[in-house]
Design a protein around this ligand. Structure first.
Ligand SMILES: Cc1cc2nc3c(=O)[nH]c(=O)nc-3n(C[C@H](O)[C@H](O)[C@H](O)COP(=O)(O)OP(=O)(O)OC[C@H]3O[C@@H](n4cnc5c(N)ncnc54)[C@H](O)[C@@H]3O)c2cc1C
Length: 440
């Protein structure tokens, strides 16, 4: 039945099938036909040809964190790239070429030994390939741009089984498409080359305020964000009881950062204020992995192009005050955009929201003991999202949400037609179909 497939091949007959058939989001449960773990590009080509010849769709998987579990599905061929772990570094130019299987944690720690930082996101177990293909936000973003902005070359196996390299000079259309719209759309990504940066020490600043100050904190955060130096990336996040600040500063003293954030830091009732000057390596070690406990989750993102005033804030407060009683408690995050993300407007990419000011993340995660609230929680997130639409909107591919209608427009805005042309070129029969994919 699996003749022609090479690498590690897992079917329903294998004991490990139940362990590997699901993504990280335990709200979903799918039964793929087969899960292939290629050891090299030939194994990937064999898997693509095998699926195509049998009329089966392919779902690619790297870290398995997709919010809607789109990297698996019923009766599909899952190509899990996590064993593709080649590694080359050019310390003079600051480039690293890796196989598509790295988790962020693996890559961060591997290049930290050479004094470099990868411009990645916050959670160690997220796949480098997954985060890059959807854009990629993180704590170095205002200085160095999106994760995909730091991609300099990428290699895929397309639907015909061809190995294609894309960069600024070769297959430019594919290169731009893979920067922000690449998730399971054009082929299996097998290798990526990134620009990496020397980052020595960072300032990490944290503070917390009680619920009664949350409106003031959001307003001060937005005011500070209007003219903030690119060296600083900030996020605030609120639960129903508290609102917290988490900020990272590069090439800065604590004094300089305090001055830059003055308007925010002087909001009254500040508690648990910390400022630590630590190495980037220590900073990474402190960032815990949110997926270390098995969980279900519903997370969505909205982009705010204009400041959030009284009405949207009140909507969020009312929702939080009446949120489902899951553990951990629901969190709404506000990540400050701008900086290099906006300055990179001219870079060829499919990510359209460079002028947005804030990425709002509605984050509901529940440990499995609270699964009885799962459906109510999903409804709660959907309703809150809908209520905020007059004030913020669109969507971010890495925060994909099955409930976003007209998803292509919301993720890619006016890039949709050229993306469809790229799809036609590399996957005209939609072998890489998934519910929110680009159609040829
Ligand atoms: C705890 C947590 C923290 C997060 N933090 C951040 C953050 O800081 N910044 C941010 O931007 N996002 C963040 N995200 C969102 C994350 O970037 C996306 O969920 C991302 O798509 C996950 O990538 P993955 O490889 O882990 O997941 P996967 O589910 O393996 O892949 C994600 C998507 O990419 C496709 N894909 C995977 N591998 C390949 C491949 N080789 N070729 C082609 N397509 C492929 C999949 O089919 C799927 O559609 C976070 C998510 C979680 C759960």
């Amino acid at each position: 039945m699996t003749e022609g497939l090479t690498g590690l091949v897992i079917t329903k007959a294998d004991k490990s099938y139940d362990l590997v058939r699901r993504d990280k989001n335990l709200y979903f449960s799918y039964y793929p036909r087969v899960i292939v773990y290629p050891n090299n590009i030939t194994d990937v080509i064999n898997a693509v040809n095998w699926a195509r010849n049998r009329g089966l769709n392919i779902r690619c998987r790297s870290g398995g964190h997709n919010y809607e579990s789109f990297s698996v599905g019923n009766d599909v061929v899952v190509i899990d790239v996590s064993n593709l772990l080649d590694f080359e570094i050019d310390i003079n130019k600051g480039y690293v070429r890796i196989g598509a299987g790295y988790s962020q944690e693996q890559l961060y720690s591997k290049i930290a030994k050479y004094g470099f930082a990868f411009v990645g996101g916050s959670c160690g177990s997220v796949g480098v390939t997954g985060i890059t293909l959807g854009g990629g936000v993180g704590y170095l973003q205002r200085e160095y741009g999106l994760v995909c902005d730091n991609l300099v070359e990428i290699q895929i196996v397309d639907a015909f089984g061809r190995v294609i390299t894309a960069n600024l000079y070769e297959n430019q259309d594919l290169f731009a498409a893979l920067r922000g719209a690449g998730s399971n759309n054009f082929g299996v990504v097998v290798a990526l080359t990134f620009k990496v940066h020397h980052v020595d020490k960072v300032i990490v600043m944290t503070a917390q305020w009680p619920k009664k100050n949350r409106y003031e904190v959001i307003q001060a955060f937005q005011n500070v964000g209007e003219h903030l130096d690119n060296r600083y990336t900030l996020k605030i996040s609120m639960t129903k009881d508290t609102i917290r600040l988490y900020g990272v500063g590069l090439r800065s003293t604590a004094k300089e950062m305090e001055k830059a954030l003055n308007v925010l830091l002087k909001v009254s009732n500040k508690m648990n204020y910390t400022k630590k000057h630590i190495t980037f390596k220590e900073y990474l070690q402190r960032n815990k992995d949110f997926m270390s406990t098995p969980k279900g989750f519903k997370i969505t993102g909205l982009l705010a192009y204009n400041p959030l005033g009284k009405e949207p804030c009140q909507i969020m407060f009312d929702y939080l005050d009446n949120s489902p009683p899951i553990q951990p408690t629901i969190d709404i995050g506000f990540l400050l955009l701008g900086g290099k993300i906006a300055e990179n407007e001219g870079l060829p990419s499919a990510y359209p929201h460079r002028e947005a000011k804030v990425l709002i993340q509605i984050d509901a995660e529940w440990i499995i003991e609270y699964s009885m609230y799962a459906n109510d929680t999903v409804k709660w997130v959907n309703n809150l999202r809908k209520s905020l639409l007059p004030y913020a909107g669109f969507g971010y591919l890495n925060y994909c949400d099955i409930n976003i209608p007209n998803y292509l427009y919301n993720y890619f805005d006016n890039n949709v037609s050229w993306l469809e042309a790229v799809k036609e070129k590399y996957d005209p029969c939609n072998l890489f179909y998934y519910p929110q994919g680009i159609n040829p």
